[in-house]
Design a protein around this ligand. Structure first.
Ligand code: NAD
Length: 422
């Protein structure tokens, strides 16, 4: 077991302490159900062939087909794929989607591939994992460095192999190929619903609270845009190269226009009080709500003591390390965990799959109303568990999810799940 997965699995133990769960259930959830590794031999534009390591993990499918993105990144490895699949299992259960958790990855630097090489790589992935994935078995989606176009190639390859249109095999597709309206801003919108619903409990309010967002990509931008429209002041945002801070508040739309033109947030139109900061300084800025929305392991042992926000909303996956979590909890800082905070993305992916299966497509208002109808009660339930059991919100979210997963495992009976029966 890799280090990341070993750390992630500790959440299971922490949650199990607060529930009366059969030890067999915990033992089952300590390991992925199945993982497949393959080497994708891809024809490059110069005629040569190159091998790329690839993985797909189906962590647990008790509650339904496994669901989770495919990541293209040079550092992807089995440990990371398994960890992300573990997190997806709990995220889908928090949102009460009829899914288990899965994840995939390819160790590749997409910046070094041409578009045609990227297409051949994506089609090769489906060829290698065609028996593993499927609309009722395991449903991929985009993740880091994969997007709607990659999903379209993959859905097309799968449909050709199945000899029938199979849009439900993958979500995050372009609208023209069966994607859902409202998927583009779903992650930011889901986080926004959570904050607005719990804002009184969290001591936040639109007229008084200042928000700092790390990152300015899909999740971050839509969250900032919606909060700004409701009156919250967005006083800082960043990208991989720089951060900007304006005590009077930034306009996310203007920052995005600038970023689209120049490729960076720095230099966006602001007033005279604005200044540039380093990413480290941005995280430590005085504010009421801090939103890491870029990448893993940003709040760590070394900076957890310096975080000034009383509330953290994890739009990124895994931005807080367990060591930082302990420090933040001791300091009374409320961390709204990733498996709740960013569950809006997978929830609208689920809506996409439902629409594909029904062949009937919903207007964007319906998607947003249905998303809200999931995010708000689940956020409330996690908050109530936190209060009832006097635990941090992350543990509460895991307790909430584990209760659902364990009930499903137990409802199946031991025979179906443990070789040799009870
Ligand atoms: P994205 O690629 O659209 O944006 C990422 C942003 O982070 C970019 O603005 C980039 O410049 C910035 N960034 C990269 N490295 C940085 C660094 N070191 N410091 C500051 N900023 C940095 O990605 P996204 O889809 O918005 O995903 C962001 C996070 O949200 C990831 O952790 C992802 O797993 C998580 N997430 C996204 C979705 C979704 O639907 N998009 C769903 C669930 C979780």
């Amino acid at each position: 077991m890799g280090a990341l997965f070993t750390k992630a699995r500790k959440r299971l133990k922490a949650a199990a302490k607060h529930l009366d769960v059969h030890p067999d259930v915990i033992e089952k959830l300590r390991y992925p159900k199945e993982t497949l590794a393959a080497t994708l031999l891809v024809r490059m534009d110069d005629g040569s062939r190159r091998g790329f390591k690839a993985w797909r993990c189906r962590y647990d499918d008790t509650r339904g087909p496994t669901k989770g993105g495919i990541r293209y990144h040079p550092a992807v490895n089995l440990d990371e794929v398994m960890t992300l699949a573990f997190w997806m299992t709990f995220k889908c259960a928090v949102a009460n989607l009829p899914y288990g958790g899965g994840k995939g990855g390819v160790a590749v630097d997409v910046k070094q591939l041409s578009r045609t090489e990227l297409e051949r790589l994506s089609r090769a992935y489906v060829q290698a994992f065609a028996r593993f994935i499927g609309p009722d078995r395991d449903i991929p989606a985009p993740d880091m460095y994969t997007n709607g176009i990659v999903m379209a190639w993959m859905a097309d390859e799968y449909s050709m192999m199945a000899d029938q249109p199979s849009p439900g095999v993958i979500t995050g597709k372009p609208i023209a190929l069966g994607g859902s309206l409202g998927r583009d801003d779903a992650t930011g919108r889901g986080g926004y619903f959570v904050i607005r619903h719990l804002e009184k409990d969290l001591g936040l309010s639109p007229d008084k609270s200042r928000v700092v967002v790390q990152g300015f990509g899909n999740a971050a931008y839509h969250f900032a845009r919606l909060m700004h429209a409701d009156g919250y002041k967005i006083i800082g945002v960043s990208d991989s190269r720089s951060a900007i801070y304006d005590p009077d508040g930034l306009d996310p739309l203007a920052v995005m226009e600038h970023k689209n033109k120049t490729g960076r947030v720095a230099g966006a139109p602001t007033n005279r009080k604005a200044k540039e900061l380093s990413n480290a300084e941005l995280l430590e800025t005085e504010c009421n709500l801090l939103v890491p929305a870029a990448m893993e392991s940003q709040l760590v042992q070394d900076n957890a003591d310096k975080i000034k926000a009383p509330v953290v909303l994890e739009l990124a996956n895994g931005p807080t390390t367990p060591a930082a979590d302990t420090i933040l909890a001791k300091r009374g800082i409320t961390v709204i965990p990733d498996i709740l905070a960013n569950a809006g993305g997978v929830t609208v992916s689920y809506f996409e799959w439902v629409q594909n299966k029904a062949g009937y497509y919903w207007p964007v208002q319906e998607v947003q109303t249905k998303l809200r109808a999931i995010m708000e009660p689940e956020a409330r339930r996690v908050w109530d568990i936190k209060l009832e059991k006097n635990i941090d919100m992350r543990t509460a979210a895991y307790v909430h999810a584990l209760h659902r997963i364990a009930s499903a495992i137990e409802a199946h009976g031991t025979k179906a799940f443990f070789a040799g029966g009870a």
